[in-house]
Design a protein around this ligand. Structure first.
Ligand code: F6R
Length: 243
């Protein structure tokens, strides 16, 4: 068992405990979810807990961080498809409890959609727990450098480094969408609890800048230094540059 498997199991078990506590309290459990490689083992473990231990997601509401724009839900690179494949198709979450930014909208409808996304989140009492990965640019969600600490769900332009990192998924950088819809830094910062995961040496430099560097919009993840209940769960390789 390598580091990231053990760590992901610990994250999954925190999520499972929260789901159970919320159910006992009769409150909805509102989770903010990420896609990408970082949370996959957490989702594997949650699926296992559902199948083998009866962990139920009937009381869970989810809000995904982001989606490419434009993007069809059944496309290979779609985050809707990703979430179904790794989590939603294997658990008992009611379909209507799932929220993912819609990459099929007409441009003129995006603003209203984003407002509604925020509103729905607020109606449910906000995020109990937000799962994050981190991009090499320091993005959380798709909040690229330049994103303000108060930013909310909106359409953004992807950084060129992010598009290079996504190139293999799209079979060439020129096919990576230039835009995405993302929850804002401000949306994320309102979560009661945040867990950011990073694995591998490719994340070592950005983890150092995020944790030990200045709090700045040039490294949006650095805003997490000011969040009262955030944990970075990383492996040795991702932590290699920390002093
Ligand atoms: C994905 C997301 C992104 C990723 C980040 C790291 O929903 O919001 O911020 O978490 O790009 O991606 P991976 O985990 O593939 O290294």
């Amino acid at each position: 068992m390598d580091n990231s498997v053990k760590a992901s199991k610990a994250v999954a078990s925190e999520i499972a405990s929260l789901i159970k506590v919320k159910e006992l309290q009769g409150d909805p459990c509102v989770l903010g979810l990420a896609t990408g490689s970082s949370p996959i083992k957490v989702y594997d473990e949650l699926v296992r807990m559902h199948k083998e231990e009866g962990l139920s997601f009937k009381n869970v509401y989810t809000f995904n961080l982001d989606e490419y724009y434009p993007m069809q839900p059944d496309a290979l690179q779609s985050y809707v498809r990703f979430m179904k494949e790794y989590l939603f198709d294997h658990i008992d979450i009611p379909k209507e409890n799932i929220h993912i930014p819609d990459g099929t909208l007409k441009q003129e409808d995006v603003y209203a959609f984003c407002q509604k996304y925020e509103q729905r989140l607020e109606e449910l009492g906000g995020l109990d727990l937000q799962i994050l990965g981190i991009g090499r640019t320091g993005h959380i969600g798709f909040n690229e450098p330049g994103s303000s600490v108060n930013s909310r769900t909106r359409m953004i332009t992807l950084d060129s480094i992010t598009r290079i990192d996504a190139a293999s998924d799209f079979f060439g950088e020129e096919y990576v969408p230039r835009k995405a819809i993302t929850m804002g830094v401000g949306t994320i910062m309102k979560a009661n609890r945040i867990i950011l995961m990073a694995w591998g040496e490719g994340k070592a430099n950005i983890i150092k800048r995020t944790v030990e560097g200045p709090v700045t919009y040039e490294t949006p993840a650095s805003f997490l230094q000011n969040h009262p209940n955030t944990t970075f769960v990383i492996d040795d390789a991702a932590g290699a540059e920390l002093t």
